[in-house]
Design a protein around this ligand. Structure first.
Ligand SMILES: Cc1cc2nc3c(=O)[nH]c(=O)nc-3n(C[C@H](O)[C@H](O)[C@H](O)COP(=O)(O)O)c2cc1C
Length: 192
């Protein structure tokens, strides 16, 4: 069964030689090759103001972010590729999510309490990092992923949220990178 897949390359660096760019392309190209419908967004292409108040968060965002909201609503599966920067998502990616989640887009308040708005969609988080994946998981408790996973996406209703932790990116060399690209291509064909 084919899916509608939205891929957000959440790397602030526009240069195509970033490994995250290769992973996002591998996922998207493999998905398209088997008939999935793919839309792609690159964080580096977007100008993003910082959100500064609750009042702003409660109101709808500007047009470029409304367009991204529409892409998310269109998608059945959301793929987010980003580098770990200072233990978390790069600030520009966080700024984008804050803009896109404005105006009760992800979580609406009702008399029954907060209501997730994005149910029925799955996600895959692909995070690259300098440290070994095992250290990130065991010593750091994968905290940089948890904030995004539990604190934003799960709260909005996305499930399941699967993760690919690409550790030691600078140390694994071309063969290690090739192995990751093969794995990510396979996930792309499966649309998971
Ligand atoms: C500003 C900055 C902060 C970083 N912080 C971390 C970090 O906290 N932990 C870590 O393991 N790697 C860290 N790194 C390394 C990046 O995660 C790594 O270079 C990146 O994931 C490689 O993927 P890319 O080729 O797509 O940029 C940092 C890199 C930069 C530029």
């Amino acid at each position: 069964m084919t899916k509608r897949i939205l891929i957000l390359l959440g790397h602030p660096d526009p240069r195509p030689d970033r490994f995250g760019a290769a992973l996002a392309a591998a996922y998207g190209d493999a998905a398209e090759s088997v008939g999935h419908d793919v839309r792609r967004i690159h964080l580096a292409d977007i100008d993003i103001p910082f959100l500064t108040s609750q009042a702003e968060f409660d109101s709808p965002p500007a047009a470029p972010f409304v367009a991204i909201q529409q892409d998310i609503l269109w998608a059945e599966h959301f793929v987010l590729v980003f580098p770990l920067w200072m233990g978390a998502t790069p600030a520009k990616l966080k700024a984008l999510l804050e803009q896109v989640f404005r105006g009760s887009f992800a979580l609406a308040q009702s008399p029954k309490g907060p209501t997730p708005q994005l149910k029925g969609r799955s996600a895959r988080l692909i995070v690259t990092m300098g440290m070994p994946a095992l250290i990130f998981r065991v010593i750091f408790g994968a905290h940089g992923l948890l904030a995004l996973d539990k604190g934003a996406l799960r709260l909005a209703g996305l499930a399941p949220i699967r993760k690919s932790i690409v550790g030691s990116v600078e140390a694994i060399g071309p063969s290690g990178r090739r192995r990751w690209l093969v794995r990510i291509r396979r996930l792309g064909t499966l649309g998971i």
